[in-house]
Design a protein around this ligand. Structure first.
Ligand code: IMP
Ligand code: MG
Length: 189
């Protein structure tokens, strides 16, 4: 059965995503110069598609690097214990870092990543997230560039997964509740 059948409704269409990314890239183009040569830190895996589309609209000289994190705990709540599964290749001392995230939910992952990177003595750390779910925030985190605010519903597509699936959908959609209620894994978070 096609993956689309597991989607309750489309929240943000592929066209809306692409349009908003052009706006975000415009703001980021205004915020950095060639001399800044920012390093975009893509938080894997969820942000891979967002980074790929965003970077194509950036006009200043920049680099990309990747970090993978995982948080584990109860089925519906991240524990707050965030592990780094893959660390940056580059030293970021003196660099302007732009963290690129898929979604900020409780804020625990971003809080951990931001603090961790700040210990490495970068010139600056800013955050760009495609989605923001402010209703679920547990830790207050500063967001510099935000694509869309989403309601308190579990969303998938455009890089975001449930049990590693649905990342390839070109839109952001709400997953049918029966999908994660039926799953032995429970909630993906
Ligand atoms: P945090 O709760 O802000 O630490 O978010 C941790 C991670 O959970 C995010 O980076 C996403 O990978 C994932 N996540 C949170 N909410 C959703 C959602 O609605 N759909 C898919 N993944 C999510
Ligand atoms: Mg993420």
């Amino acid at each position: 059965m096609p993956l689309e059948h597991d989607i309750d409704r489309i929240l943000i269409s592929a066209d809306e995503i692409q349009q908003r990314i052009r706006d975000l890239a415009g703001s980021i183009n205004d915020a950095y110069t060639d001399e800044d040569r920012p390093l975009l830190v893509c938080v894997l895996k969820g942000a891979f598609m967002f980074l790929a589309d965003l970077t194509r609209h950036l006009e200043m000289r920049h680099e990309v690097d990747f970090m993978e994190t995982s948080s584990y705990g109860a089925r519906t709540e991240s524990s707050g214990v965030v592990r780094i599964l893959l660390d940056l290749e580059r030293n970021i001392q003196g660099r302007h870092v732009l963290i690129v995230e898929d979604i900020v939910d409780s804020g625990r992952t971003l809080d951990y990543v931001t603090r961790n990177l700040e210990t490495r003595d970068p010139a600056s750390v800013r955050v760009c997230t495609l989605l923001n779910k402010p209703s679920r925030r547990v830790i207050d985190v500063a967001l510099d560039f935000v694509g869309f605010e989403v309601p308190d519903e579990f969303v998938v597509g455009y890089g975001l997964d449930f049990n590693e699936e649905y990342r390839n959908l070109p839109f952001i959609g709400v997953l049918k509740e029966e999908i994660y209620v039926e799953s032995p894994e429970g909630d993906a978070r």
